[in-house]
Design a protein around this ligand. Structure first.
Ligand SMILES: [Zn+2]
Length: 339
């Protein structure tokens, strides 16, 4: 199996299979070059086509035969200026997209035997920065389907501080609800319903401005939206949406029955944050929401997710390590919400 020969390649199902596809840095470089130029290199300096000079010890560099200028394969990608070998980046993208819970920086450092935790942390965070498409479109807009919108408190610790909400962050979710074809295997409790695309964003509070503002950034106007009967959603109809509010959603069983898909999404999100990452600080939460959204929306197409990480990640502006720990870096938010 040659990864360069197959545009619609099945995603590697095992670590040995991945290792065969990408055995070394040269194979990774060839794959990147193929995805950028389709095998027809064109010099970005003088627009001349044709096979460039190559250097055995610098697999990411091509030199134009006409103008003699170098083109770096990694320029404009998250891997630019990185001293980490390409194969490590590829492993990271593979592990992030193939493992259902993703991978933590500690696990990644151990498995790749990286000497520094910071290297593992930085690679994973740079890949996460590429997990939101810059042109991210709004979900919904399909006749005959609806969107569940709900909010939940995420993260934080309450131990030793009594009942109630402490150090938690409010997160709003919008989820497309789809129906399986009749005759296919169905989960009876969900009546054949399953989740389509999802959008997640931190909400400042439960006011109409915050919650309806999120909906406007995440969902196509005219879509049918199902929420509980919280007053924060009351103006959705006035804002151009078809709105159905479920009464008595103070009762958890009622909301579970009528908003089952968003409950499922929040449940998966909490399990993932607590299980894989042992909780996440409010400062980095939006980045983790972006990762969850990215992987959730591509869960049926993992190789697309892998390619997107290496390709789309190349189009995104990645944060430097210093920026990640300062207040300067703003994680990309859902459709510009909150700007
Ligand atoms: Zn040239």
């Amino acid at each position: 199996m040659d990864v360069l020969e197959h545009a619609s390649l099945a995603f590697p199902q095992s670590l040995p299979e991945f290792q065969r596809l990408f055995p070394d840095d040269a194979a990774c470089a060839a794959y990147l070059e193929k995805s950028r130029w389709e095998g027809n290199f064109v010099c970005p300096h003088c627009q001349t086509g044709g096979e460039p000079f190559r250097f055995d010890n610098r697999p990411g560099v091509m030199r134009c035969r006409k103008c003699r200028r170098n083109t770096g394969l990694l320029v404009g990608t998250v891997m630019e200026r990185s001293h980490t070998p390409l194969s490590v980046w590829f492993w990271a993208a593979y592990l992030v997209t193939s493992q259902t819970p993703g991978i933590s920086a500690v696990q990644f450092q151990r498995q790749l035997r990286l000497s520094r935790y910071e290297t593992a942390f930085q690679i994973l965070h740079k890949l996460r920065a590429g997990m939101v498409r810059p042109d991210q479109d709004r979900i919904g807009g399909h006749p005959g389907t609806h969107i569940e919108v709900d909010e939940a408190w995420i993260g934080g610790r309450t131990r030793g501080e009594g009942r109630g909400v402490h150090h938690k962050t409010l997160v709003a979710a919008a989820v497309e609800v789809r129906y399986r074809q009749p005759g296919t295997a169905q989960d009876k409790r969900k009546d054949g319903r399953y989740a389509g695309r999802v959008r997640l964003a931190i909400a400042a509070d439960r006011s109409a401005d915050s919650l309806c503002g999120f909906v406007e950034s995440a969902v196509t106007p005219g879509s049918l939206i199902v929420t509980d009967d919280w007053s924060g959603y009351a103006s959705l109809r006035a804002r151009g949406y078809d709105h159905h509010a479920i009464a008595q959603c103070g009762d958890p069983e009622v909301s579970e029955e009528f908003l089952p898909i968003s409950h499922l999404v929040f449940s998966n999100l909490k399990t993932w944050l607590n299980g894989t990452h042992h909780g996440v600080s409010a400062k980095h939460l939006q980045a983790y929401l972006n990762e969850f959204t990215f992987r959730f929306n591509r869960r049926f197409y993992p190789f697309n997710a892998f390619r997107s990480l290496l390709g789309i990640a190349g189009g995104a502006t990645a944060p430097t390590y210093a920026e990640l720990y300062s207040d300067e870096w703003q994680h990309t938010k859902c459709s510009g919400y909150g700007h």
